[in-house]
Design a binder for this molecule. Structure first.
Ligand code: IMP
Length: 190
């Protein structure tokens, strides 16, 4: 029986986050990419920006022949001077989305979601960083059951629904990761 992956190229995504893995697979599968999960514990340095973290993660990834991907993302709430930002995973684990939403003052609920992907193509490939961001607002309480992480409290600009109230395709069309994926697709084509 022919393998379903025959003729497909493989990209290894080093992430422990199932939500991210699903979104990257969803976008790349129709373009002929088989996205496999890389299993390696990557140490994240204490840094103020996602780029530094993504670069450090990429350096720890084994030098495999095919393309390797890492990603670091964060929710930057403007009235909280960018918190939780690079500490988003910690804030989600310790507080959860409802408590983070309650920390945001009523007067300014604006926020930016950012993703930085790190790509290395082949063992000797040079690292490429690809950025995606989306502006929006934090709701007063979580809404919706789709997506993951902070999706239930983030409404992108021009929308009234949270990411968790959208289909995966709608989120992909607007999100920080969707925009970074546009850049990733271009980089993989070059
Ligand atoms: P990290 O890049 O894995 O450190 O992710 C930071 C935190 O932000 C994690 O807790 C993620 O679940 C959350 N996060 C990253 N991307 C998204 C997203 O697209 N929607 C909602 N939460 C996200």
């Amino acid at each position: 029986m022919p393998s379903p992956n025959r003729g497909r190229r493989t990209l290894t995504f080093f992430t422990g986050n199932r939500g991210k893995l699903t979104e990257v697979r969803h976008r790349l599968a129709p373009l002929g990419w088989n996205v496999v999960q890389g299993h390696r514990t990557l140490v994240e340095p204490q840094a103020d920006d996602l780029e530094t973290v993504a670069r450090a993660k990429l350096e720890q990834v084994p030098r495999a022949p095919g393309p390797c991907l890492v990603e670091d993302a964060g929710l930057f709430i403007h009235a909280l001077n960018g918190f939780p930002g690079v500490y988003s995973a910690y804030a989600l684990r310790t507080l959860g989305p409802a408590t983070v939403a309650r920390l945001v003052p009523r007067g300014d609920r604006t926020a930016t979601f950012r993703a930085v992907m790190g790509l290395r193509e082949g063992a000797g490939g040079r690292p490429k960083l690809i950025l995606g961001e989306v502006h929006g607002k934090i709701t007063s309480a979580p809404r919706g059951s789709g997506g993951f992480g902070f999706d239930p409290i983030f409404v992108p600009t021009g929308e009234h629904r949270t990411f968790a109230e959208m289909t995966p395709e709608e989120k992909d069309g607007l999100s920080h990761r969707g925009k970074a994926l546009d850049g990733l697709v271009r980089a993989l084509r070059d």
